[in-house]
Ligand binder design. Sequence first.
Ligand SMILES: [Zn+2]
Length: 507
Amino acid sequence: MSSPFYITTPIYYPNAAPHIGSTYTTTYADTVARYHRALGEETFFLTGTDEHGQKIAETAAKEGVEPKAFVDRISERFRSTWQELGLTPDRFIRTTEAAHKHAVRHFWQLLHDQGQIHFQDYSGRYCVGCERFLTERELVDGKCAQHQVEPVLRTEANYFFNMAPHMPWLIAELESNPDLISPARYRNEVLAMLRSGELEELCISRPRERLEWGIPLPFDDQYVLYVWLDALINYLTGIGYPDDPDWERRWAGVHHLIAKDILKPHAIFWPVMLHAAGIPLYQGLHVHGYWSMDNQKISKSLGNLVDPLIMKQKYGFEAFRYYLLREMSFGLDGEFSEEALVRRINADLANDLGNLANRSLSMLERYFEGVVPESSGASELSQAAESAARQLDQQLRGFNTQRALIALWELIGAVNKYIDTQAPWKLAKAPASRDQLGSVLYECMEALRVIAVLLEPFMPETSARILGRLGDPAPGATLHEKLRWGGLVPGTQTRKGEPLFPRIETS
Ligand SMILES: [Zn+2]
């Protein structure tokens, strides 16, 4: 029973339009998914929207619309934006779907039947932004550290999930599997939270008299579920839990990609929920940092959102996509600026990659009328290509697009250097060097082909444009087949085409 590669993004909270943060996460997942598809692996990529809870109810009320009408509109905006950007989720899930409500109710009924849920009065400090009671330790100067507001004192009867019996198991899992949460700093952060012993009980319900907009508890319809405990289950609903017999096979290969602000629900609540329900833990939780601009976090409340559709209009989404995947060190915060984006376009795309494609195809056109010459069998660049493919594989399996792209650009640099050293324009002047000229240009073309193949998960359109100019060699083959050196057939007619990335002039 082989499991597919299954990757998820968080489901986005549709109280704001897609911006750089959600675009980054979704593009990242898209890149990793494309890579596994290219390897010929069965792959499943899930994204969607998280549509319940108090904040949604309040935002809808402010706009004077019903919550359902509100989330229909914003959810559609997420779905259509990803489509317009060419991102390729296999399923776009919405937590207001009947299938999801069914999965959620099934899950919590199971835990209730097993006696893991109890009902009691509780008094505490409640943060409306977090939609939950906070512990003393989560307060900074009496305020919620994330929302910068003082929580309100509140007493009410609610349902609680007893997490304490599962904690020793979770700590042991984290200690024995250092790659479970990456990068390591987040694993350490989670272990510190767990060892503090604070997290013993989780309030799972909200009284309906206070909040209507949620999924009613299957065992008490006077309460709805706390939105996080409905949302997390989307990762199971998305693959057919509980009724599709294939869901367990799909689940066995799951990796979650998240931003650091939702570490706790994913690294503590979710594993404990899975363990309580007898479902195996995920394979990996991969955590990235925030994008900031002028040293401020990019967020709806600060009003400094970067609209991916505007970036697409100005620079093309391929260039923006490259910038996102290349610029941020995985796990750390990244600083967005259009100046840095333009620098990347000019240096990496126009200069390194664009110039390589342009000058090698131009020389082939000039000296061989665009027809791929015979190779003498020498393959000076094949080792550099193999090494780049190996490093890229290792980095993408470790969820590091930045290092994968650095490895690929080292190969681009090596080919550019090879052209400078071999100086085909000098060989072209001596008729006796005709075979050598052919061999040198064959090497360049073949290296360009391999670069385009490796580029596909990161920049699918650019990859297709380059391969199209090389006569579309080996369409439909798996990545390993395409990477075999010598795939470009002598006699193939190539096309030079327009420059791939015109330089952007800056004044
Ligand atoms: Zn808060």
